[in-house]
Design a protein around this ligand. Structure first.
Ligand code: PEP
Length: 248
């Protein structure tokens, strides 16, 4: 059975002192060999700091984005090769905040996943519908379109990705998808991956959207939910540790 993955997304939060306290708090509360995989996606300026704090620990480092290009005149971006130098193991791609505020298209997200995979970084491909799309009955079509773009560009190594289903209406709102709603979409994504790869069962499908210490166990008990992508609750060590404990 594959290990679950609990990934924290700090978003644009933190600072040297706060990061230090947060990571030390997590390390103090973690078993030496937790039975799920754990990652934290930190703001780019703090990669070196968190790399040093987590070295040799069960906490893997993740970036919150990766460039769709290998190098060159792309001011402000970080190439997969640069992230690799800081031992980045996972890269979020296509987070809804990147799609919404930075206009990232499905094609750009697919290229970002390609760049990460080429450097041995596992892309965590985020997909999810807005409230309006859900209410108009388009949830399945939207997530399938978003994932299809990534499969189209990365079909040969699609079993190497992680997918995070994050309904946009549940992110940072305190409004969580019910376990049944989440499982329904995860089953659709699993079937889409199975049609593209004989190894689709290896792909971890995370749920994200107001996951917290109280609702994690029920979500993580669903057959196609293989972990969580956690925003707000990943900033509080005690809450993040409870979610990790629920993923055993
Ligand atoms: C996220 O940022 O990916 C996320 C799921 O945030 P939150 O847990 O705060 O909803």
């Amino acid at each position: 059975m594959k290990k679950k993955l609990i990934a924290g997304n700090w978003k644009m939060n933190g600072g040297l002192a706060a990061n230090d306290g947060l990571v030390r708090g997590l390390l103090a509360g973690l078993a030496s060999a937790p039975s799920c995989d754990i990652a934290v996606a930190v703001p780019a300026p703090y990669l070196a700091q968190v790399q040093a704090l987590t070295a040799g620990s069960p906490i893997a480092l993740a970036s919150q984005d990766v460039s769709a290009h290998a190098s060159g005149a792309y001011t402000g971006e970080s190439a997969a090769g640069m992230l690799k130098e800081f031992d980045v193991r996972y890269a979020l791609v296509g987070h809804s905040e990147r799609r919404q505020y930075h206009g990232e298209s499905d094609a750009v997200v697919a290229e970002k996943a390609r760049q990460a995979l080429a450097l041995g970084i596992t892309p965590i491909v985020c997909v999810g519908e807005t409230l309006q799309e859900r209410e108009s009955g388009h949830t399945e079509a939207v997530v399938k379109r978003q994932l299809a773009a990534v499969i189209h560009v990365n079909g040969h190594c699609i079993s190497e990705i992680v997918v995070a289903y994050e309904p946009v209406w549940a992110i940072g709102t305190g409004r969580t998808a019910s376990p049944e709603q989440a499982q329904q979409v995860h089953a659709v994504l699993r079937a889409q991956l199975a049609a593209a790869s004989a190894h689709a069962d290896r792909v971890r499908l995370l749920y994200g959207g107001s996951m917290n210490a109280a609702n994690a166990a029920e979500l993580l008990a669903q057959p196609d939910i293989d972990g969580g992508l956690v925003g707000g609750a990943s900033l509080k060590p005690e809450d993040f540790l409870k979610i990790i404990a629920a993923a055993q």
